[in-house]
Write a protein that binds this ligand. Structure first.
Ligand code: UDP
Length: 245
């Protein structure tokens, strides 16, 4: 295992990483899950196994988000968020199954207790799993309604003393304007929490998660996860992306 710590430039690397994967990353065209994407993610995660201690916070957007239920069904917001949090547990179990098949020791821990299917989230126990080289998949978000799994990622990263939150997305970082619409859009290689919030750059990352990250002094690296080898590059500080710190 490498135990180089975060340096904030080329050649940086990490000891303990919290990877945030949005639920959308598991989604297929006609189903909540896509086999190729799950295989791909499991392969990528396997490629970094043993190089860092890895915890994963998984979202639920491929199944349902609370806000969608409230807007379209008039669902009470706490109930809607409970449904959203349960979705993240389904994703965690699915990801665990794919990681198991890669031969990785994986534990799912949840903020909302579902004792028959996963362990409750207990910081010390999560740390013990990480120290033993197990991949820890953290589901159920924070367990509280009104926030997203981006915030859960920051809070959990802080709990377990991760060096960084890595958010794997479809794009390779934060841009000054939408790179899909404006091909000349400039990517920020690095941006402060304050600048991110001041410039109104939401979309790619929940703004309240950035505010939490600032309070916890937790750096967030945004990179493209669906490019082969990029997760490995990211943990070695070699991937293109945006560092919010
Ligand atoms: N959620 C919540 N509290 C949390 C995390 C998530 O209430 O701490 C709910 C919320 O309704 C959210 C849903 O779970 O919409 C799924 O999470 P998220 O939208 O973050 O998933 P992602 O966009 O990452 O797939």
């Amino acid at each position: 295992m490498k135990f180089r710590l975060f340096e904030g430039g080329g050649g940086m690397a990490y000891k303990r990483v919290l990877l945030k994967i949005t639920g959308e990353a598991l989604k297929g065209e006609s189903h909540i899950f896509d086999r190729k994407r799950l295989d791909f993610l499991a392969d990528e995660i396997k490629s970094i196994h043993g190089q860092v201690q890895l915890a994963i916070v998984i979202g639920g957007g491929n199944i349902v988000r609370g806000s969608y239920l409230t807007e379209n069904f008039g669902t009470d917001s706490a109930t809607a968020d409970h449904i959203g949090m349960m979705a993240t547990i389904q994703n965690a179990l699915m990801l665990q199954d794919f990681l198991d098949r890669e031969g990785l020791q994986t534990r799912v821990m949840t903020s909302i207790e579902v004792n028959k299917v996963a362990e409750p989230y207990i910081i010390r126990r999560a740390l013990r799993h990480l120290e033993k080289g197990r991949v820890v998949v953290l589901a159920g978000g924070t367990g509280n309604s009104g926030v997203t799994t981006d915030t859960a990622a920051v809070l959990r990263a802080s709990d377990i003393g991760a060096d960084v939150v890595m958010k794997g997305t479809k794009v390779d970082g934060v841009y000054a304007s939408d790179p899909m619409r404006n091909p000349d859009a400039k990517r920020y290689p690095k941006i402060s929490y304050n600048e991110f919030l001041k410039r109104g750059l939401g979309g790619i990352l929940d703004r309240s998660a950035v505010a939490q990250a600032e309070m916890k002094k937790m750096p967030i690296f945004i990179f493209k996860v669906f490019e082969q080898g990029n997760l490995l590059k990211a943990i070695n500080g070699e991937a293109a992306g945006t560092l919010i710190s």
